[in-house]
Design a protein around this ligand. Structure first.
Ligand code: ATP
Ligand code: MG
Length: 429
């Protein structure tokens, strides 16, 4: 027997019964981004490998071991995007849309690819929605991004389950001085560090701070703190952000060990975390990356943004039972027709109704069937009403209208009056 075909490990189908929740989530975020003045950008899923090496950093988990990299037929090294910021930076540079200091506020959505160990909340193809802002350097815009996500949690009904963690990594100068102090301290305790941290101490010492190793964590308790190394500029920026979060009534905790896994961050970094999903608790993460555009070959251009993991947020909605009931109902009206003549009339009639009610979700029974079987399908569809058309109704140019969820009596409606009648009883989204 031949081996049956399967999806790639860690890459999931999102089946028809799951997509209503995805679309509800995605449209909620999209509307919010629109309302705050962000415009969508769509970039290719594949980029030159060099882009990610240069932006994310060579000595990061993503670039070292998680990228899906392959050779194109003409020998170029290409990579399935592991995140969205790099492509946004490339795109604004390539099209010169930030070059004169113009502000850009943008958002994106789409699949990302990382070769990680698949587990709950961690996949090899996963989806992110993110925002990026270019050429605004004040803490007001950092605050706006956080306020936007806070509003989202409110709209989704998950505010109580997420917590905001905040830190400042400072400017590259203050981070440089901090790095020196940290390396000096950790080098004095080298023998107590786990192997990974020993290696990172040489390549990317700040990453030692987010180690999961208990012995290394113990060493870190007395390590120098970034907060003590912030220069005035970074300190003022951070205070400005905190003042705005306070003004907006958004609770946060300062986490001095929050460093983020990507190299490009500076000043603000933040994560929204939940304790409801086990180990994969970060649902949204972001920060400021003021040096990145220049590092990628552009003029000095500040940047700040975040990305949220859609799978984790969907899991959270399900875990907290915050899936709105109405999103799973996809049909308003189910039309049953009996016999060839009625079927033809039903098709013509329903097209007329659709002309007048473009948002009506009208499903016509396909595949004929007895009264009983069509009615069963009507009920199973979730429709609020059934329409019934047989020879008798056809002769009188009327259609039977039957509430399926106990709202009122069955009645006959004249063909001409059907659209108007449906308009009164179906709430159209
Ligand atoms: P983690 O620490 O969980 O690995 P990360 O720091 O690598 O996350 P980012 O690169 O900041 O994550 O991505 C932003 C968000 O995207 C994460 O907070 C998470 O919600 C989601 N995410 C990241 N990697 C995955 C993955 N492999 N599967 C599902 N969601 C993911
Ligand atoms: Mg990761």
């Amino acid at each position: 027997m031949s081996k049956s075909l399967q999806a790639i490990r860690g890459m999931n189908d999102i089946l028809p019964e799951q997509t209503p929740l995805w679309r509800y989530f995605e449209s909620t975020v999209a509307r919010l981004c629109d309302n705050y003045g962000y415009k969508q950008i769509r970039t290719p899923i594949v980029e030159f490998t060099e882009l990610f090496k240069r932006s994310i950093g060579e000595v990061t988990d993503i670039v070292e071991k998680e990228m899906y990299t392959f050779e194109d037929r003409n020998g170029d090294s290409l990579t399935l995007r592991p995140e969205g910021t790099a492509a946004c930076v490339r795109a604004v540079l390539e099209h010169g849309i930030t070059g004169g200091g113009q502000t850009q506020k943008m958002w994106y959505i789409g699949p990302m690819y990382r070769h990680e160990r698949p587990q709950k909340g961690r996949y090899r193809q996963f989806h992110q929605i993110g925002c990026e802002v270019f050429n605004l350097d004040g803490p007001d815009i950092d605050a706006e991004l956080i306020v936007l996500t806070w509003r989202l949690w409110g709209q989704l009904g998950i505010r109580d389950a997420v917590k905001l963690e905040l830190n400042s990594l400072g400017t590259s100068e203050s981070r440089g001085r901090y790095r020196e102090a940290l390396v000096e301290y950790l080098s004095a305790h080298l023998d107590k560090l786990d192997e990974d941290s020993q290696r990172r101490l040489k390549t990317n010492p700040l990453r030692v701070l987010d180690t999961k190793n208990a012995d290394t964590q113990a060493v870190l308790v007395d390590a120098p703190k970034m907060a003590d190394y912030l220069d005035d500029e970074s300190r003022t920026h951070f205070e400005g952000l905190k003042a705005r979060l306070d003004a907006a009534g958004i609770p946060y905790v300062i986490n001095p060990k929050l460093v983020r896994g990507l190299d490009y961050y500076s000043k603000t970094v933040f994560e929204w975390v939940t304790d409801k999903l086990g180990a994969q608790g970060t649902v949204c993460a972001g920060g400021r990356y003021d040096g990145l555009v220049e590092q990628m070959g552009g003029k000095p251009t500040t940047g700040v943004g975040f990305a949220m993991g859609i799978e984790r947020l969907i899991l959270l909605l399900e875990t907290l039972e915050q899936v709105p009931e109405e999103i799973s109902r996809q049909v308003d009206v189910y039309l049953c027709a009996f016999g060839e003549a009625a079927e033809l009339a039903a098709l013509a009639l329903s097209e007329k109704v659709r002309d007048q009610l473009p948002n009506l979700r009208l499903q016509i029974n396909a595949g004929a069937g007895s009264f009983k079987s069509q009615f069963k399908k009507a009920d199973k569809s979730g429709a609020l009403y059934a329409l019934i058309l047989g020879d008798d109704e056809l002769a009188q140019q009327v259609i039977g209208f039957k509430p399926l969820r106990g709202q009122g009596e069955q009645q006959n409606i004249a063909f001409d009056a059907l659209a108007a009648h449906l308009a009164t009883c179906v709430v159209q989204g």
